[in-house]
Structures are given as C-alpha cells and as structure tokens.
Design a protein around this ligand. Structure first.
Ligand code: F6R
Length: 604
C-alpha cells in the first residue's frame, strides 16, 4: 500500500528519498513521486510506474529537505497527475498522504466553489489547498486547522516552501514513524525505510502531529496539547531487508522459517511443567481458567492462521474456539462475550479492518490480545498485551514465515490454556517436544524443493485448482489456495473434502487438479475416499501428507515428516507455499509483488 518518506538534514535529500522509496516498493504501488525544496521553489517529479522510472526522471539537486511517496490508487486512476506529492495552487505546500479522506468530495466541491482549480482527481490534493488556505502562525497550526475539517484516515507529511527548516507530520489510522538521526530527521510510513539510517524511532499515535527540524522534533495532539514521545530503538538489522543472495524475498522468507520458529519458541517452552510461558499475555492462571471461549480475528492468511489456532485450542484445551475475518466482525455489531478471549492476528499490525475490530471490542469491554509481528505497530499498541510473533521483517507480499509463527504461537497458547485445565503433563510434554522438533522438520520439508518445483511445473498450465481438507487439514487447504491464487493468479478454491459431493464434484475433470491435504489422523480413510472420488472422475490429485497412502492412489505425493498430530497443520502448510511459489515462477509472475495487492492493507 502507499509509502511515505521524508528527509530533513544536511545531506542531499533526493538520493535519501529515492532509496527510501525503493525500500517501500514491497508494499505495493502504482506511481511514485518526490518533492524537494530547491532554490526557494518546490520542485516536484512524479510518474505512473516504478521507482526506477522516477529515478530516471530526477535531476541532481542540492536540496536538503523533501518528501516522497509511492501511491496505490484509491481516488483516481494511477497516472502522473494523480501521483503524489500534491501541491496547492500557490505552489507553496506539498503533501504526501497515505489513507483515504472520506469527505474528499465535499472538500473538493467547497474548494472549487472558492475558485480553486483542482488538477488531479485525488483526495490528497484537497489537503494541500486546505492547508495553504489556513491563516495560522505556524505550519503545524495550519495543518491542525485543516485537519479539523477532514474525515477519514491519514498518515501525511507536509513541506512548506516558506518554511524550509521544518516538515509537519500527522497521523490518523495510517502509520507514520519518525527516525531520529544525528543532525537530521527522517519520516516514513514503515521502519524498513529508516533502519539503514537510524534505529531510533518514534511511532506517532492516531490524532498526533509532529514538527520536525534537522535537530529534533516535537509532538502534539490535534487539539494542540503537547505530548511527550521518547525514541525507542528498533531491534531490526538493516540487512533483514536485503535479499542476501536469494532470488526474491518470498524464497528468502520461506527459507528463514526454521530459525523464525526457533526464535518464537525461545524462552517460552517449559519442560518441567510441560507448558508454555507467554509473559506478554499478562493473564495469570485464574484468568486463563476463566476464559470460556477463544475467538481469532484477522484478515486473509492471518484469518486462516487463526482458524488453525482455533483447531489447536479446541484440541488441546477443549475450550470452544473459532476464527472470523476481522473485516466481517467489525461491521456486524458483534455480540461481545465478556468471558471470551479475542485474539487479533496480524503480521503488519496495521491492517485497518483488524485494528477496527480491536477498537470495536475494546469499546464493548471485550478482552483482546494481539498476535502481531511488528513491534510498535498500531494493533500491538491498541491491544496492549499479547504474543509477538518474532518472525523478523517480512517483505514479500505473500505471508510465509509470519503465518508459520502465528500457528506456532497459537500452539503455545493452546498448550498453556490446556495445561491450566485438563491437558495432562504427559500430553503437554508431548506438545513441548513436538514444538522443539519443528525447526528441524521444516528444514526437511524445505529440502524437498526440487520435487515440489517439478510438480508445480507439471500442473502450472491448470486454469483452476481445488484445495481439499477436513478438520486439521481444512485451514491448511484454505491457506494453500490463498497462496496459489495471490502469487500465480491461478484460480484456486478451497473446500472441505466432505462438501465436495454436495456440488463442486461436478467441476472435476482431467483439467481440474485437486490438492488434497491428508494429515496422519483418524480421518485418513475418509481422505482416501475423497481422493478416490476425484480420481474416479478423471481429476489429477496431488496429496500433501504424512500418512501412509496406498501406492498409486494420488498422481503426486508430497510427504512431510510425522510429528505430533496436533502440530501437523504447521508442517503441511510449508509444501503449499513451495507449490504456489514454483507455480508462480513457472508462469513468470513477480512473486514478491503480485498485481493489485499490497503488503499492508491500511485502507478499507
Ligand atoms: C496473504 C497475505 C494477506 C495478509 C492479510 C493480513 O499471503 O499476506 O492475506 O495475511 O492482508 O495482513 P496482516 O497479517 O498484516 O494483518
């Protein structure tokens, strides 16, 4: 989704801004632009296309202050004119903006009635004109006054031709982070654009503004109360955002899964009491026992991970559990159960629908914790307690290692909830040992890469694919279908195996391959029957399994190691990542930047 970079200091601004934009490319965008203050004028360069296209247009400039943006079109098509930064009519104010201004139409109409000529179709341009119209003593006050009439979400940075020594930043519902350097200040929508320069950052809260100068910053609220923000150090190595010899980030992040799982488990498993320690939950055993229901809320793959979590909680703790897309939950006036534990699941911690679900829950007095990867993110801060995923930065749009660490974290949560109830020490010990064995087992699945690549190539021509599973295998099938469609653009549909005969079986023919997830559980015979039903209609079958299947049953068999059965979904998901990856590669797709998608979805 859109990206913001701003710089103010002693260096040439343009290279810093463009480098920052390159680091934000992974978020997804369709146009890019830069504005710098050069010779007393704001000089804007922008284009529909890639950051590389922008770089080709830029000229060398001594400017030491500027703002830059990658845009993901919302109001108005992707075009040079609609790309940010946007200027006011007097060419004094430049604005870069993430988010959506909901009353943009009214604001634009009012500006036009005032005789302002709008040159783009965007909501953001209205902000530039509004800020320029304010009669205020400072840029900060002008921004504050303009924002009073604005409804919607924004993370924005404002450059004023007449105030070359400052930038003003504001946030409401769309992240902005300040980077504190030595005699220079940075701002970005994502720490990945900052960590090469500084690890000292300040996360703005919703409703907060900041004025930056080269030597520091001050923060305040929209109603002009000053706030006190101390920089925190982000423990992210700058090379976490480098490919480090891998062809792309998805491949790198899949390969990182064994170490990411080990990091998530570190210090959290307790052999002595056969349980897990999740200090961030801030729930004592009495509070854990009082939980009568668990509900996982997330979007996309985070929702499917939540579904895997729900299966784990029901199996290990025998507490009723389910998962729901946060985007549905927030709009359906949910009945909030005071005895339930709600878990907001998010890699980025910035997904707007998930954040809104958390806010709705808190407003209604629900108990909500986060399962979040990005420390300092909006959802992590809104929840206040929870489980950090420790997957490390995830750059590829398709979530892999973060998703795996979500499920690993839910296994620990389920173990903990189980052990304060009736899960025996022996059973708990079995899960602890199973979790400890996971990194090595994932390593073994990843080593099967060449065979999975061969299978992917064989079926890459398919226009449609089914992904089938039941119980533990069902969320795995859903996640497998999601991965395939998002990066390869092959239509993939997940079904519960038993539902096949109630309609979709009609679609099975030799051109419709089915991926069938078969964990080594009590339902192997049922899954064998499903495969036979598909085969009887001429449908090719790829089985993903750690069970013993009759020879020749499926056309292709991808095997994963056998561990503790409850943890099977974690292992069974890995080959599906590889299958999607190699299908996308065989079709020549840009795996890290699938069309129309963004890494972090901060709009509705
Ligand atoms: C799929 C994918 C998306 C995200 C979803 C939620 O590979 O990455 O479906 O899972 O947009 O994002 P987060 O986890 O950041 O809330």
């Amino acid at each position: 989704m859109c990206g913001i970079v701003g710089y103010l200091g002693g260096r040439q601004a343009t290279p810093v801004l463009v480098e920052g934009l390159h680091r934000l490319e992974y978020r997804g965008y369709d146009s890019a632009g830069v504005a710098v203050l050069d010779g007393g004028e704001i000089v804007v360069t922008k284009t529909a296309g890639r950051v590389q296209d922008l770089r080709d247009l830029l000229v060398d400039s001594p400017a030491t202050v500027g703002v830059a943006h990658t845009r993901w079109a919302t109001h108005g098509v992707a075009s040079d004119r609609n790309a940010h930064p946007h200027l006011d009519a007097g060419l004094r104010i430049a604005v870069v903006h993430n988010g959506i201004i909901e009353n943009a139409e009214q604001l634009r109409a009012r500006l036009q009635a005032d005789g302002v000529e709008l040159v783009s179709e965007t909501d953001t341009e209205a902000l530039a004109h509004l800020i320029a119209q304010q009669r205020a003593d400072s840029l900060e006050d002008a921004v504050r006054a303009a924002l009073r009439g604005v409804e919607g979400t924004y993370g924005l940075v404002v450059l004023d031709r007449d105030r070359p020594d400052e930038l003003v930043v504001a946030r409401n519902g769309s992240p902005v982070v300040l980077g504190v350097g030595d005699g220079e200040m940075f701002v970005a929508s994502d720490v990945s654009a900052l960590v090469h320069h500084t690890q000292r950052v300040v996360f703005l809260d919703d409703g907060e503004l900041a004025t930056l100068t080269a030597t520091g910053y001050r923060t305040s609220t929209l109603d002009a109360r000053s706030t006190s923000k101390v920089p925190t150090t982000v423990a992210v190595a700058a090379d976490a955002y480098e490919l480090g010899g891998h062809e792309d980030f998805m491949r790198k992040e899949m390969a990182e899964q064994p170490e990411a799982i080990a990091r998530a488990l570190r210090g959290r498993l307790d052999e002595r009491f056969a349980t897990a320690h999740l200090g961030g939950l801030a729930l004592d055993p009495m509070a854990l026992r009082a939980i009568r229901r668990v509900k996982f809320l997330g979007c996309g793959s985070a929702y499917y991970a939540g579904q895997m979590g729900a299966v784990l909680v029901e199996e290990l703790a025998r507490v009723p559990a389910d998962a729901e897309p946060a985007s549905e939950f927030r709009y359906r006036n949910p009945v909030v159960d005071p005895d339930a534990l709600y878990v907001a699941v998010s890699q980025s911690g910035e997904t707007l629908d998930t954040l809104a679900a958390v806010q709705e829950l808190r407003r209604k007095g629900g108990r909500v914790i986060g399962a979040v990867n990005v420390v300092g993110s909006a959802i992590a801060r809104e929840c206040g307690s929870g489980v950090f995923l420790h997957a490390g930065p995830e750059v590829s749009v398709a979530s892999t290692k973060a998703l795996t660490n979500m499920t690993v974290s839910f296994a620990m949560l389920a173990l903990l909830l189980g052990r304060v109830r009736d899960l025996s020490a022996a059973a708990g010990g079995r899960i602890v040992a199973g979790l400890r064995g996971l990194p090595g087992q994932v390593e073994r699945v990843l080593a099967d890469d060449a065979d999975i690549a061969r299978i992917a190539k064989r079926y890459a021509h398919a226009r449609h694919m089914f992904f089938l599973g039941r119980v533990r295998g069902w969320p795995v099938a859903r996640e497998g279908a999601q991965k395939l469609k998002e990066i390869s653009y092959v239509h993939a549909e997940a079904y519960q195996s038993a539902e096949l005969k109630h309609g979709p079986l009609a679609l099975i023919d030799p051109d419709m391959p089915s991926v069938v997830v078969v964990p080594a559980d009590d339902l192997v015979a049922k899954n064998i029957a499903t495969i036979e039903q598909v085969k009887a209609r001429g449908g090719p079958v790829i089985a993903i399994t750690n069970a013993d299947l009759p020879d020749g049953l499926a056309d292709e068999v991808i095997r994963v190691p056998r561990g503790e059965p409850e943890l099977d979904p974690i292992l069974l998901t890995i080959p599906l990542q590889l299958l999607a990856y190699h299908t996308a590669a065989a079709l020549g797709r840009d795996v890290d930047r699938p069309r129309n998608l963004a890494k972090s979805v901060t709009v509705e």
